[in-house]
Write a protein that binds this ligand. Structure first.
Ligand SMILES: NC(=O)c1ccc[n+]([C@@H]2O[C@H](COP(=O)([O-])OP(=O)(O)OC[C@H]3O[C@@H](n4cnc5c(N)ncnc54)[C@H](OP(=O)(O)O)[C@@H]3O)[C@@H](O)[C@H]2O)c1
Length: 329
Protein backbone atom coordinates (compact mmCIF):
# COMPACT_ATOMS: atom_id res chain seq x y z
CA UNK A 1 0.00 0.00 0.00
CA UNK A 2 1.27 3.44 -0.95
CA UNK A 3 0.72 6.93 0.49
CA UNK A 4 1.57 10.53 -0.26
CA UNK A 5 4.16 12.18 1.95
CA UNK A 6 6.39 15.25 1.90
CA UNK A 7 9.89 14.43 0.66
CA UNK A 8 13.02 16.52 1.21
CA UNK A 9 15.34 15.26 -1.55
CA UNK A 10 18.14 17.58 -0.39
CA UNK A 11 18.55 20.14 2.42
CA UNK A 12 17.56 23.65 1.42
CA UNK A 13 14.87 26.37 1.31
CA UNK A 14 11.15 25.54 1.54
CA UNK A 15 10.78 24.81 -2.18
CA UNK A 16 13.04 21.74 -1.98
CA UNK A 17 10.04 19.97 -0.42
CA UNK A 18 7.78 18.02 -2.75
CA UNK A 19 4.87 15.62 -2.50
CA UNK A 20 6.03 12.04 -3.16
CA UNK A 21 4.56 8.54 -3.11
CA UNK A 22 6.03 5.84 -0.86
CA UNK A 23 5.13 2.86 1.29
CA UNK A 24 2.75 3.17 4.24
CA UNK A 25 4.79 2.73 7.48
CA UNK A 26 5.05 -0.76 8.97
CA UNK A 27 3.34 -0.93 12.36
CA UNK A 28 5.46 -2.31 15.22
CA UNK A 29 3.93 -4.49 17.94
CA UNK A 30 3.58 -1.55 20.35
CA UNK A 31 2.53 1.00 17.69
CA UNK A 32 -0.63 2.19 16.01
CA UNK A 33 -0.99 3.36 12.42
CA UNK A 34 -2.78 6.71 12.21
CA UNK A 35 -4.66 7.84 9.12
CA UNK A 36 -3.52 11.46 9.38
CA UNK A 37 -6.14 14.22 9.13
CA UNK A 38 -3.86 17.05 10.26
CA UNK A 39 -0.18 17.51 11.16
CA UNK A 40 1.39 20.33 13.16
CA UNK A 41 4.28 22.38 11.75
CA UNK A 42 7.03 23.24 14.22
CA UNK A 43 10.25 25.24 14.02
CA UNK A 44 12.33 22.04 14.47
CA UNK A 45 10.85 20.85 11.11
CA UNK A 46 12.54 23.86 9.49
CA UNK A 47 15.87 22.90 11.05
CA UNK A 48 15.42 19.29 9.84
CA UNK A 49 14.61 20.51 6.29
CA UNK A 50 17.81 22.58 6.39
CA UNK A 51 19.79 19.46 7.35
CA UNK A 52 20.57 20.83 10.83
CA UNK A 53 18.33 18.55 12.95
CA UNK A 54 18.56 14.94 11.81
CA UNK A 55 15.93 12.48 13.09
CA UNK A 56 17.09 10.33 16.02
CA UNK A 57 18.12 6.72 15.22
CA UNK A 58 15.14 4.56 14.29
CA UNK A 59 12.78 7.50 13.67
CA UNK A 60 11.05 8.09 10.33
CA UNK A 61 13.10 10.42 8.13
CA UNK A 62 9.86 12.14 7.03
CA UNK A 63 9.25 15.59 8.57
CA UNK A 64 6.56 16.08 11.21
CA UNK A 65 6.50 15.68 15.01
CA UNK A 66 2.76 15.58 15.73
CA UNK A 67 -0.43 14.38 14.07
CA UNK A 68 -4.13 13.89 14.66
CA UNK A 69 -6.44 11.48 12.89
CA UNK A 70 -8.00 8.04 13.21
CA UNK A 71 -6.38 4.76 14.17
CA UNK A 72 -6.20 2.60 11.02
CA UNK A 73 -4.32 -0.41 12.44
CA UNK A 74 -3.08 -1.52 15.86
CA UNK A 75 0.08 -3.48 16.71
CA UNK A 76 -0.13 -6.96 18.31
CA UNK A 77 0.59 -5.71 21.85
CA UNK A 78 -1.68 -2.66 21.79
CA UNK A 79 -4.70 -2.96 24.06
CA UNK A 80 -5.67 0.65 24.70
CA UNK A 81 -6.62 1.70 21.14
CA UNK A 82 -9.01 0.31 18.53
CA UNK A 83 -9.32 0.88 14.81
CA UNK A 84 -11.40 4.04 14.27
CA UNK A 85 -10.40 5.82 17.52
CA UNK A 86 -9.75 9.55 17.12
CA UNK A 87 -6.29 10.35 18.50
CA UNK A 88 -3.49 12.87 18.48
CA UNK A 89 0.10 11.71 18.86
CA UNK A 90 3.62 12.89 19.51
CA UNK A 91 5.96 11.24 16.99
CA UNK A 92 9.71 11.39 16.44
CA UNK A 93 9.09 11.89 12.70
CA UNK A 94 6.70 10.94 9.92
CA UNK A 95 3.87 13.45 10.45
CA UNK A 96 3.86 15.08 6.99
CA UNK A 97 2.15 12.08 5.39
CA UNK A 98 -1.20 10.39 4.83
CA UNK A 99 -0.31 7.65 7.34
CA UNK A 100 2.00 7.83 10.34
CA UNK A 101 3.08 5.14 12.82
CA UNK A 102 3.13 6.18 16.49
CA UNK A 103 3.97 4.33 19.71
CA UNK A 104 0.61 3.60 21.36
CA UNK A 105 1.72 5.23 24.62
CA UNK A 106 2.41 8.51 22.80
CA UNK A 107 -1.21 8.76 21.57
CA UNK A 108 -3.91 10.60 23.46
CA UNK A 109 -7.66 10.87 22.81
CA UNK A 110 -8.87 14.09 21.19
CA UNK A 111 -9.90 16.38 24.06
CA UNK A 112 -13.66 16.92 24.08
CA UNK A 113 -14.63 20.04 22.11
CA UNK A 114 -11.25 20.23 20.33
CA UNK A 115 -11.19 19.90 16.52
CA UNK A 116 -8.82 17.58 14.70
CA UNK A 117 -6.85 20.60 13.39
CA UNK A 118 -6.47 21.98 16.92
CA UNK A 119 -5.54 18.51 18.23
CA UNK A 120 -2.72 18.22 15.68
CA UNK A 121 -1.25 21.42 17.13
CA UNK A 122 -1.15 20.09 20.71
CA UNK A 123 1.41 17.29 21.30
CA UNK A 124 4.78 18.85 20.40
CA UNK A 125 4.17 22.21 22.06
CA UNK A 126 2.12 21.11 25.06
CA UNK A 127 4.49 18.21 25.91
CA UNK A 128 7.50 20.54 25.51
CA UNK A 129 6.01 23.26 27.68
CA UNK A 130 4.84 20.81 30.33
CA UNK A 131 8.18 19.09 30.72
CA UNK A 132 10.22 22.30 30.60
CA UNK A 133 8.17 24.92 32.43
CA UNK A 134 6.56 22.67 35.03
CA UNK A 135 8.79 19.59 35.45
CA UNK A 136 12.22 21.20 35.00
CA UNK A 137 11.29 24.82 35.81
CA UNK A 138 8.92 23.78 38.66
CA UNK A 139 6.71 26.82 38.06
CA UNK A 140 4.14 26.98 40.87
CA UNK A 141 1.05 28.91 41.88
CA UNK A 142 1.87 32.50 42.85
CA UNK A 143 5.26 32.52 41.13
CA UNK A 144 6.28 34.80 38.29
CA UNK A 145 7.56 33.73 34.88
CA UNK A 146 8.90 35.24 31.68
CA UNK A 147 8.15 33.50 28.38
CA UNK A 148 10.36 34.52 25.46
CA UNK A 149 8.96 34.09 21.94
CA UNK A 150 5.48 34.72 23.31
CA UNK A 151 3.90 34.64 19.84
CA UNK A 152 5.36 31.25 18.88
CA UNK A 153 3.58 27.92 19.06
CA UNK A 154 5.54 27.21 22.22
CA UNK A 155 5.06 30.73 23.61
CA UNK A 156 1.28 30.91 23.13
CA UNK A 157 1.01 27.54 24.90
CA UNK A 158 3.36 28.44 27.75
CA UNK A 159 1.58 31.73 28.48
CA UNK A 160 -1.79 29.98 28.79
CA UNK A 161 -0.58 27.04 30.88
CA UNK A 162 1.43 29.28 33.22
CA UNK A 163 -1.54 31.64 33.69
CA UNK A 164 -3.87 28.66 34.28
CA UNK A 165 -1.49 27.50 37.03
CA UNK A 166 -1.98 30.81 38.80
CA UNK A 167 1.42 32.28 37.95
CA UNK A 168 2.05 35.90 36.96
CA UNK A 169 3.16 35.78 33.34
CA UNK A 170 5.28 38.17 31.28
CA UNK A 171 6.30 37.61 27.68
CA UNK A 172 8.63 39.04 25.06
CA UNK A 173 7.53 39.28 21.43
CA UNK A 174 8.61 40.98 18.21
CA UNK A 175 5.54 43.10 17.36
CA UNK A 176 2.68 45.13 18.84
CA UNK A 177 0.15 42.63 17.48
CA UNK A 178 1.94 39.77 19.25
CA UNK A 179 1.91 41.87 22.47
CA UNK A 180 -1.90 42.09 22.30
CA UNK A 181 -2.27 38.36 21.67
CA UNK A 182 0.07 37.48 24.56
CA UNK A 183 -2.01 39.63 26.92
CA UNK A 184 -5.27 38.16 25.59
CA UNK A 185 -3.88 34.69 26.40
CA UNK A 186 -3.21 35.58 30.03
CA UNK A 187 0.08 37.47 30.18
CA UNK A 188 0.01 40.38 32.63
CA UNK A 189 2.23 42.31 30.21
CA UNK A 190 4.17 41.64 27.02
CA UNK A 191 7.30 43.50 25.95
CA UNK A 192 8.24 44.20 22.35
CA UNK A 193 11.96 43.42 22.40
CA UNK A 194 12.57 45.87 19.54
CA UNK A 195 11.63 48.78 21.81
CA UNK A 196 11.78 47.52 25.42
CA UNK A 197 14.61 46.11 27.53
CA UNK A 198 13.04 43.03 29.12
CA UNK A 199 15.43 43.04 32.09
CA UNK A 200 14.39 46.57 33.05
CA UNK A 201 10.71 45.84 32.35
CA UNK A 202 10.68 42.69 34.47
CA UNK A 203 12.51 44.38 37.34
CA UNK A 204 10.05 47.25 37.18
CA UNK A 205 6.96 44.98 37.26
CA UNK A 206 8.33 42.83 40.10
CA UNK A 207 9.57 45.72 42.28
CA UNK A 208 13.19 44.73 41.63
CA UNK A 209 12.73 41.08 42.63
CA UNK A 210 12.94 39.44 39.20
CA UNK A 211 11.07 36.37 37.91
CA UNK A 212 11.13 32.81 39.24
CA UNK A 213 11.16 30.99 35.89
CA UNK A 214 12.27 31.98 32.38
CA UNK A 215 11.51 29.86 29.30
CA UNK A 216 14.00 30.78 26.59
CA UNK A 217 14.61 29.69 23.01
CA UNK A 218 16.76 32.67 21.96
CA UNK A 219 20.04 32.06 23.84
CA UNK A 220 23.04 34.11 22.66
CA UNK A 221 22.92 37.58 24.23
CA UNK A 222 19.73 36.66 26.12
CA UNK A 223 21.49 34.24 28.48
CA UNK A 224 23.35 36.86 30.54
CA UNK A 225 20.28 39.10 30.53
CA UNK A 226 18.06 36.21 31.65
CA UNK A 227 20.40 35.64 34.60
CA UNK A 228 20.01 39.32 35.48
CA UNK A 229 16.21 39.06 35.24
CA UNK A 230 15.92 36.01 37.52
CA UNK A 231 14.92 36.29 41.19
CA UNK A 232 16.74 34.51 44.02
CA UNK A 233 16.27 30.73 43.50
CA UNK A 234 15.21 31.41 39.88
CA UNK A 235 15.23 28.77 37.13
CA UNK A 236 16.28 29.38 33.52
CA UNK A 237 14.98 26.72 31.14
CA UNK A 238 16.59 26.63 27.70
CA UNK A 239 14.70 24.89 24.86
CA UNK A 240 16.64 26.26 21.90
CA UNK A 241 19.43 28.68 20.99
CA UNK A 242 18.11 30.63 17.99
CA UNK A 243 20.87 33.22 18.49
CA UNK A 244 23.67 30.84 19.44
CA UNK A 245 24.78 28.61 22.30
CA UNK A 246 28.37 29.84 22.73
CA UNK A 247 29.14 32.94 24.74
CA UNK A 248 31.31 34.33 27.49
CA UNK A 249 29.31 34.35 30.68
CA UNK A 250 29.81 35.41 34.31
CA UNK A 251 28.42 32.46 36.28
CA UNK A 252 28.92 34.11 39.67
CA UNK A 253 25.18 34.95 40.05
CA UNK A 254 24.37 31.19 39.96
CA UNK A 255 25.99 31.06 43.37
CA UNK A 256 24.88 34.35 44.86
CA UNK A 257 21.28 34.09 43.57
CA UNK A 258 21.11 30.26 43.93
CA UNK A 259 19.99 29.89 40.30
CA UNK A 260 19.27 26.75 38.31
CA UNK A 261 20.25 26.71 34.62
CA UNK A 262 18.60 23.81 32.84
CA UNK A 263 16.92 22.78 29.58
CA UNK A 264 15.93 19.77 27.54
CA UNK A 265 14.97 18.41 24.15
CA UNK A 266 11.93 16.21 23.68
CA UNK A 267 12.58 14.30 20.46
CA UNK A 268 15.48 11.99 21.46
CA UNK A 269 13.80 10.77 24.66
CA UNK A 270 12.78 7.12 24.92
CA UNK A 271 9.24 5.92 24.15
CA UNK A 272 8.86 5.05 27.86
CA UNK A 273 9.77 8.64 28.88
CA UNK A 274 7.43 10.13 26.29
CA UNK A 275 4.69 7.74 27.40
CA UNK A 276 5.09 8.89 31.01
CA UNK A 277 4.96 12.49 29.82
CA UNK A 278 1.80 11.75 27.81
CA UNK A 279 0.14 10.40 30.96
CA UNK A 280 1.11 13.55 32.90
CA UNK A 281 -0.13 15.85 30.15
CA UNK A 282 -3.37 13.85 29.94
CA UNK A 283 -3.90 14.15 33.68
CA UNK A 284 -2.99 17.82 34.11
CA UNK A 285 -3.59 19.52 30.76
CA UNK A 286 -6.53 17.67 29.17
CA UNK A 287 -8.99 19.00 31.80
CA UNK A 288 -7.80 22.55 30.99
CA UNK A 289 -8.37 21.94 27.26
CA UNK A 290 -11.78 20.36 27.83
CA UNK A 291 -12.93 23.22 30.08
CA UNK A 292 -11.61 25.65 27.42
CA UNK A 293 -9.30 27.38 29.89
CA UNK A 294 -6.48 26.78 27.40
CA UNK A 295 -6.58 26.15 23.66
CA UNK A 296 -4.04 25.71 20.90
CA UNK A 297 -3.77 28.99 18.99
CA UNK A 298 -4.04 28.24 15.25
CA UNK A 299 -2.45 30.79 12.93
CA UNK A 300 -3.29 29.18 9.57
CA UNK A 301 -3.88 25.81 7.93
CA UNK A 302 -2.40 24.66 4.61
CA UNK A 303 -3.19 21.52 2.59
CA UNK A 304 -0.31 19.00 2.69
CA UNK A 305 0.33 19.73 -1.01
CA UNK A 306 0.95 23.37 -0.03
CA UNK A 307 3.68 22.56 2.52
CA UNK A 308 6.10 24.99 0.86
CA UNK A 309 3.80 27.91 1.73
CA UNK A 310 3.43 26.59 5.29
CA UNK A 311 7.21 26.59 5.78
CA UNK A 312 7.56 30.05 4.20
CA UNK A 313 5.01 31.29 6.72
CA UNK A 314 6.78 29.82 9.78
CA UNK A 315 10.12 31.14 8.55
CA UNK A 316 8.63 34.63 8.14
CA UNK A 317 7.95 34.66 11.93
CA UNK A 318 4.79 36.64 11.09
CA UNK A 319 2.62 33.79 12.30
CA UNK A 320 1.08 33.77 15.78
CA UNK A 321 0.61 30.34 17.33
CA UNK A 322 0.63 27.20 15.23
CA UNK A 323 0.56 26.35 11.55
CA UNK A 324 -1.19 23.09 10.65
CA UNK A 325 -1.16 20.95 7.51
CA UNK A 326 -4.47 19.33 6.57
CA UNK A 327 -4.37 15.95 4.92
CA UNK A 328 -7.27 14.90 2.71
CA UNK A 329 -7.51 11.89 0.47
N1 LIG B 1 13.64 21.65 23.29
C1 LIG B 1 12.56 21.14 22.77
O1 LIG B 1 12.17 20.01 23.10
C2 LIG B 1 11.81 21.93 21.75
C3 LIG B 1 10.60 21.41 21.22
C4 LIG B 1 9.88 22.21 20.31
C5 LIG B 1 10.37 23.46 19.94
N2 LIG B 1 11.57 23.88 20.46
C6 LIG B 1 12.11 25.20 20.09
O2 LIG B 1 11.24 26.19 20.59
C7 LIG B 1 11.27 27.32 19.73
C8 LIG B 1 9.86 27.68 19.36
O3 LIG B 1 9.32 26.65 18.54
P1 LIG B 1 7.98 26.90 17.73
O4 LIG B 1 7.74 25.73 16.88
O5 LIG B 1 6.94 27.36 18.67
O6 LIG B 1 8.50 28.11 16.81
P2 LIG B 1 7.80 29.29 16.07
O7 LIG B 1 6.33 29.27 16.23
O8 LIG B 1 8.38 29.32 14.72
O9 LIG B 1 8.32 30.57 16.86
C9 LIG B 1 9.62 30.98 16.96
C10 LIG B 1 9.55 32.49 17.29
O10 LIG B 1 10.82 32.89 17.73
C11 LIG B 1 11.07 34.20 17.27
N3 LIG B 1 12.34 34.11 16.54
C12 LIG B 1 12.61 33.50 15.36
N4 LIG B 1 13.91 33.61 15.06
C13 LIG B 1 14.47 34.28 16.07
C14 LIG B 1 15.79 34.71 16.36
N5 LIG B 1 16.83 34.44 15.55
N6 LIG B 1 16.01 35.36 17.52
C15 LIG B 1 14.99 35.63 18.35
N7 LIG B 1 13.73 35.25 18.14
C16 LIG B 1 13.48 34.60 17.01
C17 LIG B 1 9.93 34.65 16.38
O11 LIG B 1 9.06 35.48 17.13
P3 LIG B 1 9.19 37.10 17.14
O12 LIG B 1 8.66 37.61 15.83
O13 LIG B 1 8.34 37.51 18.27
O14 LIG B 1 10.63 37.40 17.30
C18 LIG B 1 9.23 33.33 16.08
O15 LIG B 1 7.86 33.50 15.94
C19 LIG B 1 12.11 26.94 18.52
O16 LIG B 1 13.39 27.48 18.69
C20 LIG B 1 12.17 25.43 18.59
O17 LIG B 1 13.35 24.90 18.04
C21 LIG B 1 12.27 23.16 21.34
Amino acid sequence: MQMHYVAVPEPGPPDVMELAVGPIPVVGDADVLIEVAAAGVNRPDVFQRLGKYPPPPGASPILGLEVAGRVAEVGRDVAQWNVGDAVCALVAGGGYAEYCAAPAVQCLPLPEGVSVVQAAAIPETFFTVWTNVFQRGRLALGETCLIHGGGSGIGTTAIQLAAATGARVFATVGSAEKCSVAVSLGAEDAFNYHTTDFVEAVRDRTKGRGVDVILDMVGGPYVARNIQALAIDGRLVQISFLQGSRMELDLHPIMTKRLTLTGSTLRPRSVAEKGALARDVHEHVWPLLESRRVRPVIDQTFPLANVVAAHRRIESSEHIGKIVLTVGR
